[in-house]
Design a binder for this molecule. Structure first.
Ligand SMILES: [Zn+2]
Length: 87
């Protein structure tokens, strides 16, 4: 799970950088038709933010602050329900 989100984060970041490069080249050539690139950049930016937030917030019990190794709906330490902030 953690490794998968790291790969999503890395690939989103690479696409984000490439997309900015494409946008820069288009603008330098006087081509201002960059709506698709702008959407891709926005999407990648959203993915990066969600991944970082999920990694920061998603793996701890909100009640006892213990690290959660399982994906259940209840904390195995204190038994309280866990609200899912990650996907
Ligand atoms: Zn707990």
């Amino acid at each position: 799970m953690k490794k998968a989100s790291l790969w999503i984060l890395l690939s989103a970041f690479v696409i984000f950088l490439i997309d900015w490069g494409v946008m820069g080249v288009k603008l330098l050539e006087g081509n201002y038709d960059i709506m698709i690139e702008a959407y891709i950049a926005l999407l990648c930016f959203a993915v990066i933010i969600v991944c970082i937030l999920a990694r920061l917030l998603g793996r701890k019990c909100p009640h006892c602050k213990k690290m959660l190794l399982t994906d259940g709906k209840f904390c195995p330490y204190c038994g309280k329900p866990i609200e899912k902030s990650s996907f």
